[in-house]
Design a binder for this molecule. Structure first.
Ligand SMILES: [Zn+2]
Length: 321
């Protein structure tokens, strides 16, 4: 009873609500965590349904933003959970507004850039967070308790580069995502109920297909860590953020145009040039072989290319520069 009351009083942010984020949100909402803030930049597509267990075909047909669809689904099985949805990309500019006032941050993202940003914010503000990732048949997770355990930069001073598998090249086994999310959700419940002694203090990775488990010690910060040692929050400073290629989507996100867009007005402007659909949350403009999804804050996801230059020029041509 005491633990359940602590969960009800808990406030948790989930960054990214794709496969991992869906699973984390579902598990924590069903467990009775009283407040979830869900931050996601994307909308539901049919290809997501293989693994993103909060969504269905209707959400994909309507291209609903994932944060909005997730809140509706959670409301259907636990009305007592307060869900605050934000259809946005976590960025250095909005990190403080998006992550303030929670006791724990969970990683449902698919990229290291956002994870380093979460890590900077978490260390700077002494908020615990849990790193979680999955690709292929492989899941990995680590608890970060700032100044107590290793942070993400202690373990990975540089983002892994080179021939790293992504959802594009390796696919993803839905059970691997749910495995990683289940481990992370369990650690979250320990943290929120104050069972700190039971927390895992390692970087755990597990390949469900090969039955291989690896644990790397992460119980204490690296003495020379740039983030938690020297307190250099370079990702929060956010210089030169590159455009992001969306995992497994043949898409590029354009996020440098932070100016509001009137979707109705834009819809009129684009109709002569191609097919336009609008649902109040976003506008979808199709012109073969490309599809531009435009959000009210000026952000866009350009589908049909992974070349950021092509995406940027399409944006300039149809939306404006
Ligand atoms: Zn560190």
């Amino acid at each position: 009873m005491e633990g359940q009351e602590k969960l009800l009083a808990s406030r948790v942010a989930i960054v990214g609500c794709g496969a991992t984020g869906s699973s984390l949100a579902s598990l924590l909402a069903r467990a009775g965590v009283g407040y979830l803030r869900i931050i996601d930049r994307d909308f539901v597509e049919p290809s997501n349904l293989q693994r993103q267990n909060l969504f269905d075909e209707k959400d994909a047909a309507e291209s609903l933003p994932k944060a909005v669809a997730a809140a509706a689904k959670i409301g259907g099985f636990n009305r007592e959970v307060t869900v605050e949805s934000h259809v946005t990309d976590l960025s250095p500019q909005n990190a403080d507004a998006m992550l303030r006032g929670v006791q724990l941050i969970l990683d449902g993202t698919d990229n290291f850039e956002t994870r380093y940003l979460i890590n900077d914010y978490a260390v700077q503000n002494a908020v615990p967070w849990i790193y979680t990732a999955a690709v292929g048949s492989y899941g990995i997770t680590m608890n970060v308790i700032p100044q107590e355990t290793a942070c993400l930069s202690c373990v990975f001073p540089q983002r892994p580069s080179g021939t790293v598998d992504t959802c594009d090249t390796a696919g993803i086994l839905n059970s691997a995502v749910n495995f990683a999310a289940s481990v992370a959700a369990t650690e979250a419940i320990k943290l929120l109920t104050g069972a700190k002694d039971s927390l895992r203090r390692t970087l755990l990775s597990y390949d469900l297909w090969r039955n291989e488990r690896t644990e790397v010690a992460a119980a204490s910060p690296a003495p020379d860590c740039r983030t938690c040692g020297r307190k250099e929050f370079v990702h929060l400073a956010g210089e030169g953020r590159p455009h992001i290629t969306l995992c497994g989507r043949n898409s590029v996100q354009i996020h440098e145009h932070a100016r509001p867009i009137d979707l109705a007005e834009m819809s009129k402007r684009l109709t002569p040039h191609g097919q336009v659909r609008q649902n109040g949350f976003m506008l979808k403009f199709s012109k073969e072989p490309y599809e531009i999804t435009l959000f009210p804050d000026g952000r866009a996801i350009v589908k049909g290319t992974i070349d950021t230059a092509v995406a940027r020029s399409l944006y300039a041509r149809y939306v404006g520069s």
